[in-house]
Design a protein around this ligand. Structure first.
Ligand code: SF4
Ligand code: SF4
Length: 94
């Protein structure tokens, strides 16, 4: 199993060619990220790297009916979070 960071996006991507399906990663992962294919090999979200590589949004972001999901970088995320917090506070004060 090979895990590596895709530098352009920060996503953790994987190559499960050598996975033997022992489930040790699933037992160790506190986020429940690993799941297993019909062939028993570990698979997990790779951020839709092929879609991202082609300038598209991840499929889950694209299809979410309530727009609850977004795909952004850490800096934009913190800016968004600050803006939401400020809006929330100003709404409480007014
Ligand atoms: S199931 Fe997880 S821990 Fe086991 S070989 Fe595959 S990737 Fe490695
Ligand atoms: S659809 Fe969403 S959860 Fe599934 S691989 Fe793409 S980014 Fe990950």
């Amino acid at each position: 199993m090979l895990l590596k960071t895709w530098q352009a996006t920060g996503f953790t991507i994987y190559d499960n060619t050598t996975c033997i399906g022992c489930h040790s990663c699933a037992m160790a992962c506190p986020f429940g990220a690993p799941s297993f294919s019909k062939k028993g090999k570990m698979q997990k979200c790779d951020g839709c790297r092929i879609r991202i590589g082609n300038g598209l949004e991840p499929a889950c972001v694209r299809t979410c009916p309530t727009h609850a999901l977004t795909c952004t970088n850490e800096q934009e995320y913190h800016q968004m979070h600050r803006k939401r917090s400020l809006n929330h506070i100003s709404n409480k004060l007014l």
